[in-house]
Design a protein around this ligand. Structure first.
Ligand code: ADP
Ligand code: MG
Length: 591
């Protein structure tokens, strides 16, 4: 409506300014009104004079003519009378017509009205409906706008409540999840404490499918395993204790055997320390066990003068053999004992070296008894040998007496025969008695510092002259100092040994003599070896026994004399077989 009023005012002012109401300007007025209508997009514009005559009328051809023809005179009249603006709204068939009547001021008379401009604005129903719609929506918008703040506040409240709820549930969820972790961990800690105190029966009852569950399960399994291995350990412990007991019993038994055995037992561990020294060993060697146990074997042997033991140990160490038997003299408290010694290497089940054990016996008494027995045999043999020639002597003498008293004609022949027998038998008797008394009455050695080399060289010279087919090899140790010996008797030793050697190889072969000085042991070691027939193992024990001989014409006294002389010189002799053949006699003399 105000749009129509404004347009009308503008047109009215234009008419006033240009003074278009005068009749001369009628053309201009018509054209102007037409233009203005189109400009302002109005349904119609009419201009009336003060006498209410219609001066011009411009209409919008698109607006139905019936609408614009609605009565207008009333409006124009009122405007002219009242000299003021008026508007009217008229309902038409297809819409609403809004009319604004504006007076046109007079150019001639001030304050008077010369005409009226009526502007028509047509609003068809469709536009009205839209406008109504807009108006309604505007109203609604106003209403809603009034609700804006409460709704905003409601939304804030809603958001706040939701936030609080989320916070609360998040906290609760957090606590819930944390409890799912902390409770099992708390249990784990308690269980660990219990296990640390030795209770292996703990089990944790937590049902969880996550990592904590796996952890708890692993923990339970670990406890079960621990329990299992602990009981295994206990079992093993029990059986260990049992086997220890059993071992202890066995050890005690073995110790009892070792302690009560008549033979001396001495064991040496791998480090060369003496570990066992049984009571028999103490008795035989006259040494208390404490003095030797846990001492290095070489120190102890040296201190006790046990050269035989030392050399046996050395040989076993050197050639790595498992067992070795020797026999020899050992000085115990000034007395010479003959000790039989057997050394063995000890090995465990796996074949590892554990050291050595030396078992020894005092053979002095046994050898004395053997010697007595041998001498008894000798006495019997001598008696027999003497009786043998006595019978033919007795028979010959009796026969001679008888024939003499019978005055027998063949007495001469018988006399000759019988006296011959008697002389022969007596001669043989005499030879035997001679030899025997020579052996029995062997004079005590006359010791002097002599060179052994010289003795040997002389005998070798004698024999190499007599036996052209025997090759002599002499290998003498020049460092050997002069020894305490009886030259005459030592000469006999070599004569006897050479005699035997030459006979054993039937006057043809190689005979070697060696000497060696062992300064540590203060010994001279002499060997006489041949490559003859060697020694029959059966005879080994009897070689040095008087009257033992394998030869038809032998006396069996040679080696007996040799042994006697060497023993008188504080030495020791043994016989063995030579490699590859023959025999070797080895003897040692103190230096
Ligand atoms: N070098 C040797 N090789 C082999 N056998 C030997 C040797 N020397 C001694 N015998 C054995 O020892 C035995 C005793 O020797 P011996 O006492 O000298 O007496 P005989 O020489 O009178 O037999 C000999 O009969 C011999 O069987
Ligand atoms: Mg002989």
């Amino acid at each position: 409506m105000s749009l129509a009023v404004n347009s009308a005012r503008a047109i009215s002012r234009e008419i006033f300014r240009e003074e278009m109401l005068i009749p001369e300007q009628r053309e201009l007025l018509i054209a102007t009104i037409d233009r203005k209508r189109a400009e302002h997009n109005l349904a119609g514009v009419e201009v009336y004079s003060s006498k209410m005559e219609a001066l011009t009328k411009a209409v919008d051809p698109e607006v139905p003519a019936a609408v614009l023809d609605l009565p207008i005179g009333q409006l124009v009249l009122q405007v002219l009378k009242g000299k003021q603006e008026l508007t009217s709204v008229q309902e038409a068939q297809s819409g609403r017509l809004i009319r604004a009547g504006i007076p046109i001021a007079s150019n001639v008379r001030r304050g008077e009205v010369d005409g009226v401009v009526v502007v028509d604005a047509y609003m068809p129903d469709s536009l009205l409906a839209k406008m109504e719609g807009i108006a309604r929506q505007y109203t609604e918008y106003r209403q809603i706008k009034a609700l804006k703040n409460p709704i905003k506040a409601g939304a804030y409240l809603f958001v706040a409540v939701i936030t609080v709820m989320i916070l609360f549930s998040a906290t609760w969820f957090g606590f819930y999840v944390a409890r799912g972790i902390t409770v099992p961990i708390q249990r784990l800690a308690e269980a660990t404490e219990a296990i640390a105190q030795g209770d292996l029966n703990v089990r944790i009852e937590v049902k969880a499918a996550d990592e904590i569950g796996t952890l708890v399960e692993s923990f339970n399994r670990m406890t079960a395993d621990l329990k299992g291995s602990k009981s295994n350990l206990e079992h093993a412990n029990v059986s260990l204790r049992q086997s220890n007991l059993e071992l202890d019993r066995r050890r005690a038994y073995t110790e009892a055997v070792v302690d009560t055995i008549a033979a001396g037992v001495l064991s040496i561990d791998r480090a060369g320390l003496i570990t066992t020294f049984n009571p028999s060993a103490e008795r035989i060697l006259g040494v208390p066990g404490e003095q030797v146990r846990n001492r290095p074997v070489s120190d102890a042997f040296k201190e006790l003068g046990l050269d035989l033991f030392q050399s046996t140990y050395d040989r076993m160490l050197a050639d790595g053999r498992d067992g070795l038997s020797v026999e020899g003299p050992v000085e115990v408290k000034g007395k010479f004992l003959t000790i039989g010694l057997h050394g063995s290497r000890m090995k465990d089940e796996a074949g590892r070296d554990l050291g050595f054990v030396l078992v020894f016996e005092d053979l002095t008494e046994l050898i004395k008894a053997q010697k007595t027995a041998a001498w008894q045999e000798v006495a019997q043999r001598i008696a027999h040998e003497i009786k043998n020639p006595l019978t033919p002597i007795q028979l010959s003498a009796q026969r001679l007496r008888k024939k003499f008293f019978e005055k027998s004609p063949d007495f001469d022949g018988i006399f000759d025969e019988s006296t011959q027998v008697i002389v022969n038998e007596v001669t043989s008797l005499k030879r035997m008695v001679d030899e025997f008394s020579k052996f029995a009455r062997m004079p005590a050695p006359q010791m002097a510092r002599e060179s052994l080399d010289e003795v040997i060289r002389k005998v070798v010279a004698l024999y190499s002259g007599a036996h052209r087919d025997v090759q002599f090899e002499v290998n003498l140790d020049e460092t050997l100092p002069p020894l305490n010996l009886d030259r005459e008797q030592m000469n006999r030793v070599f004569v006897n040994l050479f005699d035997n050697a030459v006979q054993a190889m039937n006057h043809k072969g190689r005979l070697s003599v060696t000497t060696k000085y062992e300064p540590k042991r203060h010994r001279a070691v002499i060997t006489v070896a041949d490559d003859g027939m060697g020694i029959n193992p059966e005879d080994q024990d009897k070689l040095f026994v008087p009257y033992f001989s394998r030869k038809r014409t032998g006396t069996g006294l040679g080696l007996a004399i040799v042994q006697r002389i060497i023993t008188d010189h504080d030495g020791h002799i043994r016989a063995a077989n030579n490699e590859p053949k023959g025999a070797v006699f080895t003897f040692e003399l103190p230096v």
